[in-house]
Design a protein around this ligand. Structure first.
Ligand SMILES: [Cu+2]
Length: 486
């Protein structure tokens, strides 16, 4: 029902406009991907892992770069080895640990698989990792939006669609842990980044002294507690490179009821512009909920409002080690859940392959990115996002930690960026309405916008991959000397 109380129109509000030539949903050409209005390029950095570049939606750039920057695992234990084991993984050259993905095991069989080349010990020695990336579309099995207006007085129609997304995936196996790294593109203009942890735990010998640090998960074996932490770079360009970072701070306020002389309480939000890099350092606080938005102040909505993208932080985790002691200075980026800096070419990566080896005097010290406290109003901004999770291992981590519930995500949501939901252009939606609104007894029609109503199922199991690894086992596991990088 609209504001005047009239029923919503029964005719489609707007026919879908997104063109899919010959039914093709995504294309891959020279490492550029196009998918239902999205486009991006991608690479795998041997130092820091997967990254996407020039991310555009409907032709407008959202991000210059979204990239993994560092992975760390901080252990605690009584035994001397794990007590001081703090892995900072770029020391192991993260990207080189992206090994072959298995169709049907790591990615849907219907995925497009993409090889990755690295230069080896000499420039002439190029190492190719087969199937280092997979690219696939799937529906998440739930609606991205839906509404059923049952009664005639409210319009009597249905409109909804499943959340079908494109995912670019790589998996980094850094010794015992496997990190599944996904770049996900939704049809409502939302970008999602997700990292999931699996692989086997790094255990030790059990003793009574280990009890504060873990459970005895097998005979004489203790699963030592540890903290997984990930750092990301998101170089955003929202309506150009002249950007501002603001928070919308939620507060509770006493207000006056209009009809009766009584006080009441409402939540309100206040815009808070962050003017400098230090002002923008963010530590999560349950008492001060807020939105994080990025925009170009010179560009407004047609109604003159804030036109932005919003960063959704759904993988925050408290790093408990005190600042400045032990190995903590090797990962000062973990002090904040979000930091915002002015783009600089010499601040490309927040860490370095030497981080793990010199925490007293790090080669790249992330604090220097913001300690100069530069102005960040109407500048080209880089958003540094930290995600993590504490892991107290348990028996069901044996033999290998499951991914369920281990999803750490951050989102880039359009926020007043479009006049309405971009998924309204999708042909995936289904509309059901009366054949004749004035004569409902004639029944309903189902509009699928040219889509077949046959259900989609996974393609049959293919022997192609199995034959390929029988011919060349090094595609999946090392069997001939000199083939692997490490
Ligand atoms: Cu773990």
């Amino acid at each position: 029902m609209n504001l005047r109380g009239d029923p919503l129109p029964a005719e489609p509000l707007r026919p879908p406009t997104l063109v899919e030539p010959d039914g093709i949903r995504y294309t891959l050409k020279d490492r550029k991907v196009d998918y239902l209005g999205w486009s991006f390029n991608f690479r795998l950095s041997s130092l820091t892992g997967p990254a996407i570049f020039d991310v555009r939606y409907k032709g407008e750039r959202i991000a210059y770069e979204v990239a993994m920057s560092e992975i760390a695992v901080i252990y605690s234990a009584d035994n001397p080895l794990q007590k001081t084991t703090d892995f900072v993984d770029s020391g192991a050259l993260i990207g080189t640990h992206s090994k072959s993905l298995v169709p049907g095991g790591d990615c849907p069989e219907s995925s497009t698989f993409i090889n990755q080349s690295f230069s080896g010990q000499t420039l002439a020695n190029v190492v190719e990792i087969p199937r280092a990336f997979c690219l696939f579309e799937n529906n998440n099995g739930y609606p991205i939006r839906r509404h059923l207006s049952f009664s005639k007085s409210e319009g009597a129609w249905y409109n909804g669609m499943l959340d079908s997304v494109l995912t670019l995936r790589s998996v980094l196996t850094v010794v015992n842990y496997d990190y599944i790294v996904d770049f996900i593109f939704h049809q409502n203009g939302v970008f999602e980044h997700r990292v999931m942890s699996t692989g086997y735990i790094f255990p030790s010998f059990y003793s009574e002294a280990e009890r504060p640090y873990g459970f005895q998960v097998a005979e004489n074996v203790v699963g030592s507690l540890h903290h997984h932490i990930f750092h990301y770079k998101a170089d955003l360009d929202i309506a150009g490179t002249s950007n501002r970072y603001e928070t919308l701070d939620l507060k509770n306020k006493e207000v006056q009821l209009r009809v009766v002389p009584k006080k009441y309480h409402n939540n309100v939000f206040e815009r808070s512009l962050k003017k400098t890099e230090k002002e923008a350092l963010y530590k999560y606080n349950f008492d001060t909920p807020k939105y994080h938005v990025v925009h170009n102040d010179a560009v407004k909505t047609p109604l003159g409002e804030l036109k932005a993208y919003r960063i959704g932080l759904h993988g925050m985790s408290k790093q408990l080690h005190p600042e400045g002691v032990d190995n903590e200075p090797a990962l000062p980026w973990a002090r904040h859940q979000l930091a915002v800096t002015k783009h600089k070419d010499d601040e490309a990566v927040s860490s370095s392959p030497y981080a793990m080896w010199d925490s007293f005097d790090p080669v790249t010290d992330f604090t220097t990115f913001y300690e100069d406290d530069e102005k960040i109003v109407d500048e080209d901004l880089v958003f540094w996002i930290t995600m993590g999770m504490h892991h107290i291992p348990h028996t069901e981590d044996l033999p290998v930690t499951p991914t369920v519930g281990n999803h750490l995500t951050f989102f880039l949501f359009p926020y007043n960026y479009f006049v309405d939901c971009p998924s309204m252009a999708s042909r995936d939606q289904i509309r059901i309405e009366h054949k004749d609104r004035n004569d409902p007894k004639q029944g309903v029609r189902v509009e699928r916008y040219g889509r077949s109503d046959e259900t989609c199922s996974l393609p049959p199991y293919s022997q192609e991959y199995d034959k390929a690894i029988e011919d060349d086992p090094d595609i999946i596991v090392e069997s001939r000397k000199g083939r692997g990088l490490l």
